[in-house]
Design a binder for this molecule. Structure first.
Ligand code: S3P
Ligand code: PEP
Length: 419
């Protein structure tokens, strides 16, 4: 049972962007409620290597930007660790800067496709080389003089979109990026606050080059993707009631709330407000005895992509057949999240079938304890720590360090809420 009230840690996507955009602005920036997770700290480390003065004080970060073309050639190889967001967004910035840099990451990053970013950046005139025609790390970027682009996005990806938007700031004319399904728009919102000329016109984003970005004070709202674990834990464990304060509620991220409502889950938004251009609110979640199955498809996938592993755990406790489809992107996250979710839930006794692009889950089933292979994927580790709340014997995770990627302090919080 989970009971209590807590303040949510900062959003990972917004934290990454706050460092990156401050680093290429002119002047002193302050970021409050920054997520001190491993991935965001990889972003900090990359920009420090390019001469940006970044100081961390508690949950605040102070960044002295040297201007849009003020980055220095890196003193060393840029190591992005496990972070897809860092490597994909940073390539958009490196493409506009007149020096050479090489990017590497950990074993998982080494398997994640980068052509989705390197292809459009090459079309803009950037010189990029790397393993398998610049699809995998190590990747070397020689930035400089970029042309504008009119680009139809082949994948729904905020990381790809953001890299092209960033490169477009350095281009020789107006660029248009066309999405098929809207992905998270934190880049567009935050860059506008920094003074960039960006327009969102339905699914098209129109970007004009800029001479400089102005310095900012940024407040990072809580991460709904981190809240998701506690939300699902509260929905499925009897007697639960939690109030999660300060949750980012940008509509491009709230797919999980829509799904929970469809499934007859008890979730309420309290005190919705706007902070720094982003919607924020508190979430009250209660145990929901009569959960029902649902279907999740391409119309909503980008709005809940990182929450699917824990939504699968939720679906095991819903009456009926839940179908998750059009989610092939899950195969190229930190692990193949279709396989890692299905195999591990099967071990726990769930009635679940793997699909090429998702999964089918029949509920409601009792879950049994098992040893879970996380593949060092933070979202897998946390999803199965939530399954543990309702399993008849303990779940053993083969790794818990990976949770620091996005949610330092997670187990302390869980302990507090289960007291
Ligand atoms: O832009 C971002 O900050 C992110 C976008 C998503 O990836 P894609 O846009 O590649 O799907 C998401 O999975 C990732 O955790 C963070
Ligand atoms: C996919 C994720 O992150 P990234 O792509 O930044 O590694 C995630 O946090 O679930």
């Amino acid at each position: 049972m989970l009971r209590g009230t807590f303040e949510l840690i900062g959003d990972k996507s917004i934290s990454h962007r706050s460092i990156m955009f401050s680093a290429i602005s002119k002047g002193n920036n302050k970021v409050s409620n920054f997520l001190m997770g491993q991935d965001c700290l990889s972003t900090v480390s990359c920009f420090r290597k390019m001469g940006v003065d970044i100081e961390i004080a508690g949950k605040d970060v102070f960044i002295k930007g040297n201007g849009i073309r003020g980055l220095k050639p890196p003193t060393d190889i840029l190591d992005v660790g496990n972070s897809g967001t860092t490597i994909r967004l940073i390539m958009g910035i490196l493409a506009g800067n007149d020096f050479e840099s090489t990017l590497i990451g950990d074993e998982s990053i080494g398997k994640r496709p980068m052509k989705r970013v390197t292809d459009p950046l090459r079309m803009m005139g950037c010189d990029i080389t790397g393993k398998d025609d610049a699809n995998f790390t190590p990747i070397t970027v020689r930035g400089g003089h970029l042309h504008s682009i009119d680009y139809k996005m082949p994948v729904a990806s905020a990381q790809v979109k953001s890299a092209i938007i960033l490169a477009s700031l350095y281009a020789d004319g107006q660029s248009i990026i066309r999405e098929k399904v809207k992905s998270r728009n934190h880049t567009e919102i935050m860059l506008k606050a920094f003074g960039a000329d960006i327009k969102e016109n339905g699914l098209d984003i129109i970007v004009n080059p800029v001479d400089e970005l102005f310095n900012q004070d940024i407040y990072v709202p809580g991460d709904i993707s981190s809240a998701a674990f506690i939300i699902v834990g509260a929905l499925i464990s009897e007697g639960s009631e939690v109030l999660i304060k300060n949750v980012g509620l940008n509509e491009t991220r709230t797919g999980i709330i829509d799904v929970i409502k469809n499934m007859n889950g008890n979730i309420e938004i309290i005190d919705e407000r706007v902070v720094g251009g982003e919607k924020v609110g508190d979430l009250l979640v209660r145990y929901s005895k009569d959960l029902t199955a649902t279907t999740i498809d391409k119309t909503i996938i980008p709005r809940l992509i990182d929450e699917i592993p824990v939504i699968a755990v939720l679906a095991t406790q819903a009456e009926g057949t839940t179908i998750i489809k059009d989610a092939q992107e899950l195969k190229v996250k930190e692990s193949n999240r279709i396989k890692t979710v299905v195999d591990n839930l099967k071990k726990m006794g769930a009635d679940i079938e793997e699909l090429e692009d998702g999964m089918i889950i029949k509920g409601k089933t009792k879950l049994h304890g098992a040893t879970i292979e996380t593949f060092k994927d933070h979202r897998i580790a946390m999803s199965f720590s939530i399954a543990d709340l309702i399993s008849d014997s303990r779940v053993m995770l083969d790794d818990t360090n990976c949770i620091n990627i996005s949610f330092p302090g997670y187990f302390n919080l869980l302990k507090d809420l289960t007291k």
